[in-house]
Design a binder for this molecule. Structure first.
Ligand code: ADP
Ligand code: MG
Length: 691
């Protein structure tokens, strides 16, 4: 249960005084539905109102704070005209204009003959100075106008209302018990939590927005510690669960390996050794298998599964999407055939009799290996004896689900596979509860992908090149961009390109997008992999997992709109066979500095880790790519491009805390529980023995 002291912060935005229902809806849209969401709304800029010139020195285009006398009101004669108020100081005049304003209200805030302080953007109207709808109007000495925070807004929401909402939320924030080590806070000269929050939302200089300010550092560290503590709790919980000794006799493995048309790479063998050691140990395995696209994770996974199957137990492999599950099924069925492993596919699409047959097979153990989607989680899915679970592309699943799948057997060993090349520093956040094996070598025989960067004007030339590649028998991907998070627009772009390329390539051009029914999608993929479709125009649905080794060309339109990590994932769909591959990145000029740099990196390297580090660095340079896109963890206050040192400290601190106080029972432990609830890491709290 959430501690009572935090209740006010989780109240809805509508509970704020002075924010009516209409505005509350807008504030919710901009920041989130609860007060705590307002607290976490970091200012993204400031308006500096410290410039307060005499009128003769005021320049159009500037934000200025002016002290003026109200000289004359001009009441409009038609509703299309603005209400105008002429003001002056001893050096000049300015006209304030108000559209659709109530006259009595203007008269009240700008009484004739009085002196008022006004602040806003100075404009020119002919050779006259003008200011429309000043942001502030106050009597002298009533307010001190310095620097004001800017928040991300939404249509219809003014900064003024947003600021009022944030301030009201901050005012409701309670003093919370210190959860940090006081000595550490003192050494860093960090303020207490509430002070830090107030400072965050009341910058006095533009520099106060820098991430290295004590208040910002403090808040970022709080969030990181909550995250690391939660992960450490999950890890401790998992490690406490009894595991089992799983050590096969190697028989099935030998048969599978004998059937492979290639040798395992050194890193595949090393990863298997690590996995074997984990499975043979009486504790549960919780291991991350991280390897770039095409590095050969699937075979490693299958050999791990075979190890369990050799002991008479079962294995499961779970993929985030239907397409991927089917693909894994097809691959594994083929690879496992020499060993005679009985394997089944279970997805949400399986209904009726076939589904019952699969469920029965899993329950009585006749099915040794289950491949599936989320469907494997469902309650009706029972295993005779599940010993190992492999989870592909983990960032699409939560920590919770990992625990859920593992609970379907006795001491289930868990292997998580990911192709997201998360920099080592960030691995602490997404996978902080896992041990890691990395596949660093590419399988032998792979040729480097040649990547070129071209402006979109060269589209015709690109289509020619695609034509030549098709004539040589290549398969080609043509990726259309994610424009806004708007599927309809994306889809239209892909359809249009498909129509355009079909004119030239006829039925050899196919279309694949996320709005298609899964069956239809599979059919198109099938046609591309084996049939008559040679050019596949697709939205980013092909991002993960799709494996067509004969595809050797990829065109990516508007490459500048993709995140680096995403480009890397996409490009990983080619260069999987032994043929030389080419990637053409098309961009719409002009490219900014960061955009240029990003595409340059894509041209220069195929190393996912180098790309991930560059991604992080460039995002630090102000590019917001969206963490969801790149598979990076999301934080409200911490900025992982900047706060990596704090992350490492939080990681160590979390482990230290739990070593000393595993149940968070001490007074500081109690405060840390509050911290976990504050950042909504509630799930972790239930893993405390005395929740
Ligand atoms: P990942 O899942 O890591 O992206 P896959 O497991 O799909 O990569 O492997 C990509 C391709 O490489 C597959 O066609 C697979 O059969 C092949 N492959 C895997 N290991 C090796 C190896 N050691 N040598 C050559 N090819 C390999
Ligand atoms: Mg084990």
């Amino acid at each position: 249960m959430r501690p009572e002291i935090l209740f006010p912060l989780f109240a809805p935005v509508t509970s704020l005084k002075g924010i009516g229902q209409r505005f509350a809806t807008l504030v919710e849209r901009a920041a989130g539905p609860r007060l705590v969401d307002l607290l976490w709304a970091k200012p993204v800029g400031v308006i500096d109102r410290r410039f307060s010139p005499k009128l003769k020195d005021a320049l159009p285009g500037q934000i200025a704070t002016l002290t003026v006398r109200v000289d004359q009101h001009f009441v409009p004669t038609s509703s299309r005209q603005p209400y105008r108020v002429r003001c002056s100081d001893e050096t000049g005049h300015i006209t304030l204009t108000f559209f659709r304003a109530r006259g009595d209200y203007i008269e009240k805030i700008l009484p004739l003959g009085e002196v008022r302080v006004i602040s806003g953007k100075v404009e020119s109207y002919g050779d006259q100075l003008q200011m429309s709808h000043p942001d502030h109007i106050a009597a002298e000495g009533e307010v001190e106008l310095t620097v004001e925070p800017i928040y991300p807004l939404t249509a219809g929401l003014s900064l003024k209302i947003m600021r009022r909402a944030v301030q009201a939320a901050v005012a409701r924030a309670p003093v919370l018990p210190e959860w940090q080590d006081p000595a550490f806070v003192a050494r860093r000269q960090w303020p207490p939590w509430l002070d830090a929050l107030e400072t965050l939302h009341n910058p006095t200089t533009p520099e106060d927005l820098e991430p290295d300010r004590p208040a910002r550092q403090r808040l970022a560290y709080d969030e990181l510690l909550a995250d690391q503590l939660a992960l450490a709790l999950v890890r401790a919980h998992n490690k406490r669960q009894p595991g089992r000794v799983v050590a096969g006799n190697g028989e099935l493995r030998r048969k599978i390996i004998a059937g492979l048309p290639f040798e395992l790479t050194g890193s595949q063998r090393r990863a298997l050794d690590e996995i074997d050691a984990d499975m043979a140990a009486p504790e549960r395995m919780l291991r991350l298998l991280q390897g770039d696209v095409g590095s050969g994770k699937t075979v490693v996974a299958l050999l791990a599964l075979a190890n369990a199957i050799e002991t008479g137990a079962q294995g499961a492999l779970m993929a985030p999407t239907e397409i991927l599950a089917r693909q894994h099924f097809a691959t594994l069925e083929r690879l496992a055939a020499p060993a005679g492993i009985r394997i089944a596919l279970l997805t949400g699409r399986d209904k009726g009799k076939p589904r019952e047959r699969i469920l029965a097979g899993l329950a009585d153990g006749t099915i040794q290996l289950a491949i599936g989607t989320h469907a494997l989680f469902q309650d009706e899915v029972r295993f005779a004896d599940l010993a190992v679970a492999v989870i592909d592309e983990q960032h699409k699943f939560g920590v919770e689900q990992r625990v859920q799948l593992a609970s379907k057997g006795r001491g289930v060993d868990v292997l998580v596979m990911t192709a997201t090349p998360i920099p080592r520093s960030l691995q602490l956040t997404s996978y902080g509860d896992l041990d890691a094996s990395r596949l660093t070598e590419k399988p032998a025989g792979r040729q480097p992908i040649k990547t070129s960067v071209l402006p979109i004007e060269r589209l015709d030339g690109v289509a020619d090149a695609v034509g030549r590649a098709l004539d040589r028998g290549s398969k080609v991907y043509w990726v259309c961009p994610l424009i806004e998070e708007n599927e309809t627009i994306d889809l239209a772009a892909a359809e249009e390109r498909h129509a355009h390329l079909s004119e030239r390539f006829g039925a050899r051009a196919g279309l694949l997008h996320g709005r298609m029914k899964p069956t239809e999608r599979d059919r198109v993929m099938e046609e591309f992999a084996k049939g008559s479709v040679d050019l596949l125009i697709a939205t980013t649905v092909i991002e993960v997992g799709v494996d067509v080794p004969s595809a050797t060309v990829m065109v990516i339109e508007h490459a500048e709109r993709f995140g680096l990590a995403q480009l890397h994932q996409l490009r990983g769909r080619i260069g999987r066979g032994t043929g030389a591959s080419t990637c053409l990145l098309l961009y719409a000029p002009p490219l900014g500095e960061t955009g240029t740099e990003r595409l340059k990196i894509m041209r220069e390297t195929e190393d996912g880790f180098v790309i991930a580090e560059a991604d992080l660095r460039l995002r630090g340079a102000g590019e917001v790519l969206g963490t969801r896109q790149s598979g990076m963890p999301e934080f409200r206050l911490a900025d992982l491009a900047f706060d990596q040192e704090l992350l490492a400290i939080a990681h160590d601190e979390a482990r230290l805390v739990l070593a000393r106080d595993p149940d968070l029972a001490t007074p500081r432990g109690q405060s840390l529980r509050t911290l976990l609830y504050l950042f909504e890491r509630d799930a972790a709290v239930k893993y405390l023995r005395s929740g």
